[in-house]
Ligand binder design. Structure first.
Ligand code: ADP
Length: 664
């Protein structure tokens, strides 16, 4: 135990000696400093930290009281015990008021008294020290919390159980002051009910605070105005209610954190607006495309149809070559138009896929038929290989598969001048009912340089700048193909060496199909092309299309009955009961095909046979149009320019069979 550091301030030699004697007798380990006046004492106090000061209140110069005050001003907290003469209690009380912790009369100076005073001084300064440390901690904590509260522009405030505002940061204060038009609310006790808020707002706030007092923490999104400025948009706040819990786990208040989320809300609204605008724009575009598609395909129908008819005549030499060129160019133009329409549909997210059972081998045989002629003409080989493990019937979209392979094989032939093209279908994986098939299209053509390999899948991009000049094309084919493959859950990739050739790989998932659902139209070779026994009504406004159709039907020994629009068709069907099938164009003046079909199907209409088969003929190939056709009560659908075989077989189907709805 170290010595107690004691200071005695007394100008009386006798008193000093009495004190020293008593102290020695007390046997307290100590170190005693003695000062005879206030100045000396102040100097000593400044240099040494004492455990206890014994002060004679009667000093020369400044007296004990003044010295005490001085110590307090200097923030010196050393415990001071005052020694008085008999009968000076009043003075002693005054000294206590000014910071002394104890007093005793000089006659009481004895070892016991001194020990007691020293011990209680030490105890006092220990607890003083602890209080000081605790206070310092509280101050530090508060300033840390304050810094956190003030580090945000968001509003932080708290209410107690009686809805008194107990805490807030300056952002809250600014807003509140603005609202209250008050200068300083720090001095004012504010209760929730005093706030100039609408009754409704107060009620919500009260309810939320009460809910939070039950111990629940939650966040609400609300629109709150702190200003009367009606030109400004009311800001949005995301407000979190947090219970303030004390040491005994009871909720003593509610802390509220309000974050201004107006900007986020605005961005959200702008995004939503942009999204809706984009959807509207896409719809407009899609409508435009549907119209354009009609406008372009109608004359194409005439060109292709009439050229086909011309090719069946016995022309020779240059005329025959010219007709073939017209057919070739028209076919190409149709492919380009279809590509552009397809690409727009992909962009608008409007591509839909069939999910039907089909025979892959049959499809591949069709593919061979499509390209046999072109490969033979170019003098290159054409092979197709199908993995025997692939089941004969699979389920998916045969038309899109055809489109993918058609594009890849078309390119392969285009960019190959000698060698061969090989198309393979391999079973890559089968899991439960799902089959992953890989189709590869290999050629021995010009190849694609490595730096162009990724680029060619982008729309309107070709491997070389002189490709268009040499080979033509729009650069859309692969972009469409890749999208079609990806939309079916697959991937399109390639390997290629310049000068050696290219192989494209497309993986697509299918399901195992059911042969019972197969509806492949296998054309019978000996099918008679004779429709003479039927009365067929063609509803078509375009004179050129009427002409083309008439030519085909003449070939099939049939005199078409013609109506120029829907209304005319209705009058014919009211008059005649002997019509077997109606071929209905969709977009017509006076009355559209849809309206006409609805009237025909109406049981209350004057039409004689309301169940008559109706086959829609339309220039646009959108799946939505097909759906609308069925909704209007028509039986089937053929796209223009029509494939004569398809139209023929559908007429046969509906004139012979009961009415079957078209599967979409
Ligand atoms: P395009 O209509 O121009 O053929 P594609 O998107 O189908 O458009 O093809 C883009 C480009 O990729 C082609 O212009 C060509 O440069 C290159 N390409 C595609 N397939 C092959 C291939 N089998 N061999 C060589 N180059 C090819």
């Amino acid at each position: 135990m170290s010595d107690y550091k004691l200071l005695l301030i007394d100008d009386d030699e006798v008193d000093v000696m009495t004190f020293q004697r008593a102290l020695r007798k007390s046997e307290l380990p100590h170190h005693l400093n003695i000062c005879y006046n206030a100045d000396e004492a102040l100097a000593a106090i400044e240099n040494t930290s004492f455990d206890c000061i014994f002060l004679d209140y009667l000093l020369p110069g400044i007296d004990g009281l003044q010295l005490l005050r001085k110590l307090r001003d200097m923030s010196i907290n050393t415990p001071v015990a005052v020694m008085t003469s008999q009968g000076d209690e009043k003075i002693a009380v005054e000294m206590i008021k000014n910071g002394a912790f104890d007093y005793f009369t000089k006659s009481e100076i004895n070892p016991d008294k001194i020990s007691k005073v020293v011990f209680s001084a030490v105890r006092l300064s220990d607890s003083e020290k602890q209080r000081y440390i605790a206070e310092k901690k509280i101050i530090e904590n508060n300033s840390r919390l304050n810094a956190i509260l003030e580090s945000t522009k968001n509003l932080i405030y708290a209410f107690d159980r009686d809805f008194n505002l107990i805490s807030f940061n300056s952002s809250f204060k600014e807003n509140l002051e603005h609202l209250l038009r008050m200068h300083d609310i720090v001095k004012t006790d504010i209760n929730l009910r005093d706030l100039p808020l609408s009754d409704e707002r107060k009620q919500t706030l009260t309810q939320n605070i009460e809910r939070c007092f039950l111990g629940e923490q939650f966040t609400v999104l609300e629109q709150v105005s702190f200003s009367n400025d009606t030109t400004k948009e009311t800001p949005w706040y995301e407000t979190t209610f947090n219970p303030i819990i004390d040491g005994s786990s009871s909720v003593t208040g509610v802390a509220i954190y309000s974050q201004d989320v107006t900007i986020n809300k605005k961005i959200e609204q702008d995004l939503l607006q942009a999204k809706n605008d984009a959807i509207a724009a896409a719809a407009t575009k899609s409508e435009f495309l549907s119209n354009m598609s009609h406008e372009i395909r109608t004359p194409m129908n005439a060109i292709i149809g009439l050229t086909e008819l011309l090719l069946e005549e016995s022309f020779e030499g240059t005329i025959l070559e010219n007709i073939k060129s017209i057919k070739y160019s028209a076919d190409n133009l149709l492919v380009i138009i279809n590509d552009i329409l397809d690409f727009s549909k992909i962009e608008a997210g409007k591509v839909t896929f069939e999910n039907i059972d089909f025979d892959l081998r049959h499809r591949m045989a069709e593919l061979r038929k499509t390209f046999d002629h072109r490969t033979k003409e170019k003098g290159i080989g054409f092979e197709i290989e199908i993995d025997s493990q692939i089941p004969s019937v699979i389920k998916g979209d045969p038309y899109r598969l055809n489109q993918v392979l058609f594009n890849l094989v078309g390119n392969a032939i285009k960019f190959t001048s000698e060698g061969f093209i090989k198309v393979s279908a391999t079973l890559m994986a089968s899991k439960e009912n799902t089959l992953t098939l890989q189709f590869s299209v290999k050629d021995t053509g010009i190849g694609i340089p490595e730096n162009a390999q990724a680029k060619i899948f982008e729309s309107f991009t070709q491997a070389n700048t002189d490709t268009t000049r040499k080979y033509g094309g729009t650069g859309l084919g692969l972009a469409i193909t890749k999208n079609l493959v990806q939309l079916q859950g697959g991937e399109l990739s390639l390997t290629s060496t310049v000068g050696e050739g290219t192989t494209f790989f497309a993986t697509i998932n299918y399901q195992i199909g059911n042969a019972l659902n197969l509806e492949e139209k296998k054309k019978k070779e000996d099918e008679p092309t004779d429709l003479s026994r039927f009365n067929i009504l063609l509803v078509e406004d375009n004179l050129m299309n009427q002409f083309v159709a008439k030519q085909f039907f003449k070939k099939w020994k049939n005199e078409l009955i013609i109506a120029n629009h829907g209304a005319e068709a209705i009058s014919i069907l009211i008059e005649r009961n002997d019509i077997d099938v109606v071929l209905m164009d969709l977009q017509m003046p006076e009355m559209s095909g849809f309206q006409a079909a609805e009237i025909i199907r109406d049981q209350n209409s004057a039409v004689k046979n309301t169940n008559i088969p109706i086959i829609a003929l339309s220039a646009d190939a959108f799946l939505e149009t097909r759906r609308k056709v069925i909704e209007a009560g028509m039986n089937d659908y053929v796209t223009k320019p029509f494939n004569p075989e398809e139209l023929y077989s559908k007429i046969v189907k509906y004139t012979n069979k009961a009415i079957l709805p078209l599967e979409i």
